[in-house]
Write a protein that binds this ligand. Structure first.
Ligand code: TLP
Length: 347
């Protein structure tokens, strides 16, 4: 039986069309700016997000790091959510490598930071304080359930930041999931931000890569930082080719992943022993917990699911994340519900 891997949309293998495009890709030395396929991907990405320029980077983590380093000097402060990927899961890179201080505000259940909290966190011009330089948002917000931030909210944060002389960075690893669920172009969600990173290698299925987008001047600075971080990639047009297919063919179909997440959530909600988070799924992620009567911890439960061919992410002692993606079809949804059912009745 082939395994149904719901741990993340990062597990997606490239599609057959991507493999063909990778095989055919024209390449050159990108450190010289001579890889035509990378240049094309960067132009496409920038146009799609309504920005002047884009830069291909190996990962979302490097995208966020390079963008934040380009905005901030050592000792500057970024205002960020306490559940943001950049704060929780990027190995503290902004502090370790950039000397950037973080001010963590409570993420609300809908993934937002309260405007009043942001306002109150902006520092006065006082030699005791770090300089407030940047606000960072995440859309969709992973740890808050894959929830999409709206155009209106992003605009309000952008206005607040800019009025106070700060910049706005958007970790849009799953920006296209947000755009599809909200029914708006990604460029509208990106418009208030000075920089945006989005990932090709999650729901869009490309094997590697993210693109940072922003003004031409900003991208010129990020380019040097990418080099400093060791992210200049030479003939990486073979990777960018998959990214082009991702942007051309994989965006609209994210709605299928969202539909299957709803199907899966409905099936799981009907099983005694599981408690789904209120409102889940918002896009392609389902968060749920084992109820008190189930006599297993999350790791053991996940191992038993795995022996039935289903892999899920364990995010806490009795809590799971399930992420739908291109390689999860309707049959996989049905099989997953059965595997949960069998695991629960044999517990
Ligand atoms: N997220 C991964 C894990 O690291 C948790 C996942 O499985 O969801 N921003 C956001 C919002 C992300 O969710 C991720 C990856 C990244 C940035 C980093 O992207 P990569 O893995 O390409 O460095």
């Amino acid at each position: 039986m082939t395994s149904i891997d719901l741990r993340s949309d990062t597990v997606t293998a490239p599609t057959p069309e991507m493999r063909e495009a990778m095989n055919r890709a024209e390449v050159g030395d990108d450190v010289y700016g001579e890889d035509p396929t990378i240049n094309r991907l960067q132009e496409m990405a920038a146009a799609r997000l309504g920005k002047e320029a884009g830069l291909f980077v190996p990962s979302g983590t490097m995208g966020n790091l390079a963008a934040i380093l380009a905005h901030c000097q050592r000792g500057d402060e970024v205002i960020v959510g306490n559940k943001a990927h950049t704060f929780l899961y990027e190995a503290g890179g902004i502090s370790a490598l950039g000397g950037v201080h973080s001010c963590q505000l409570p993420n609300q259940p809908d993934g937002t930071l309260r405007l009043d909290d942001i306002n109150a966190a902006i520092r006065p011009d006082d030699p005791h304080d770090p300089i407030s330089r940047l606000v960072a948002l995440e859309n969709t917000h992973n740890r808050c359930g894959g929830v999409a931030l709206t155009v209106e909210y992003t605009r309000q944060v952008g206005e607040l930041a800019h009025e106070q002389g700060l910049l706005l960075h958007l970790d849009g690893a799953r920006l296209f999931n947000a755009a599809v669920t909200l029914g708006v172009p990604a460029s509208e969600l990106a418009a208030p931000a000075d920089s945006v990173t989005f990932c090709l290698s999650k729901g869009l299925c490309a094997p590697v890569g993210s693109v940072i987008c922003g003004s031409r001047d900003f991208i010129r600075r990020v380019h040097r930082i990418r080099k400093m971080l060791g992210g200049g990639m030479r003939q990486a047009g073979v990777l960018a080719a998959a990214g082009i297919v991702a942007l051309e063919t994989m965006v609209d179909r994210l709605a299928d992943d969202h539909r299957r997440a709803r199907m899966l959530a409905a099936g799981l909600a009907a099983l005694p022993g599981l408690v789904l988070d209120p409102g889940t799924p918002r896009t392609n992620m389902i968060f749920l917990s084992l109820s008190a009567e189930v006599p297993l911890d999350g790791e053991t439960f996940a191992e038993r699911l795995q022996s039935r061919g289903v892999r899920v992410g364990v995010t806490d002692v009795r809590r799971f994340r399930l992420v739908t993606h291109y390689w999860i079809d309707d049959d996989a949804v049905t099989r997953t519900v059965s595997a949960f059912h069998e695991t629960l009745i044999s517990a």
